[in-house]
Design a protein around this ligand. Structure first.
Ligand SMILES: [Zn+2]
Length: 312
């Protein structure tokens, strides 16, 4: 409780300090996005009609993010706050409360068909402990399916139109153009996966971020960590995973941009798999690092899968 009060007091100071320079963007819709994937969608819909603040930046891990006073100030001053929902942003409830914002908090997974965490979905033996589930019943990484990305975009259009009716037509036409690009990208993803033989489609990543990708496109993922990164895999989890990798013949193993590569390197060493590169899972890259937009992230990931599994 003491921590919350301190945080709120700091926030008041920040808000007072910030009051003087809010006029510059007064004519733009003030949007706060919880992480980079949503920010990219928001910019594609909002363009120059919005001013955007991103809470968890490039290569950041939203599961374990610790908000800063500036984040609370941004949320307090927002017209619209865009979030993933499904408990992806563990920091969010406390931040929203501390900010005392009046802005709508829009969960972009609304309307997505949520899938259970991978453990339940695929019937892994709970006692085997390859995955463990301590979080909500549902996997929050819905954005890894491009069909779902289109739902996120529609929800952003609805939120922007409610908050800024004067620019609704622009938001809609921007979203239509972007959705066509998403459709083209999805066709490329499906073609890429189709080029990988069925027997080579089992791969290893750090945490269960690709459940929706698996569900939609057919690659099969195993991970030592569950659907969040906030607890470390146990020794038993790792032993069980290594056993399964050997039995089921995984064809490749990857590190993720948001997590420490040490555990994956250890599993690679013990299984003889070569680390096939870095996947972008829960965050986009910094500019000029090849995955700074959602569509570039999808291209990067499918190329990384193909290069590691099929060779070059
Ligand atoms: Zn994640």
């Amino acid at each position: 409780m003491k921590k919350v009060l301190t945080f709120a007091a700091t926030l008041n100071v920040i808000l007072l300090l910030g009051a003087g320079f809010s006029a510059a963007s007064a004519d733009k819709l003030k949007v706060v996005s919880s992480f980079t994937v949503i920010s990219d969608f928001a910019m594609n819909v909002g363009g120059d009609k919005i001013s955007l603040t991103t809470l968890v930046g490039p290569d950041g891990d939203a599961h374990v993010y610790e908000p800063k006073p500036a984040d609370a100030a941004a949320v307090a001053g927002a017209d619209v706050v865009l979030v993933n929902g499904l408990h992806f942003e563990g920091f969010l409830p406390r931040l929203v409360e501390a900010s005392a914002t009046k802005a709508p908090i829009v969960e972009l997974t609304k309307g997505v068909e949520p899938i259970k965490s991978a453990e339940e979905d695929h019937g892994h033996d709970a006692a085997g402990g390859v995955r463990h589930e301590e979080h909500g019943a549902y996997d929050p990484h819905a954005f890894q399916s491009i069909s779902n990305a289109k739902i996120y975009v529609r929800n952003i259009v609805d939120a922007f139109c409610r908050a800024d009716a004067a620019n609704c037509d622009a938001y809609k036409s921007n979203a239509d153009a972007y959705t066509k690009k998403l459709d083209a990208t999805e066709a490329e993803v499906k073609a890429a996966i189709a080029s990988i033989p069925e027997a080579k489609r089992l791969i290893i990543t750090s945490h269960d971020a690709f459940g929706y990708f698996q569900h939609e496109y057919g690659l099969k993922f195993l991970a030592p960590e569950g659907i969040s990164t906030d607890s470390e895999a146990s020794a038993a989890d790792i032993v069980a995973l290594i056993k399964q990798v050997k039995e089921d013949k995984a064809s490749a193993i990857f590190v993720e941009n948001i997590t420490n590569p040490r555990l994956i390197e250890q599993i690679a060493a013990e299984t003889g798999l070569r680390v096939g590169g870095t996947l972008y899972s829960d965050a986009l890259s910094k500019p000029d690092e090849g995955a700074s937009t959602y569509i570039d992230m999808m291209h990067h990931n499918i190329e990384t899968f193909k290069n590691a599994i099929l060779g070059s």
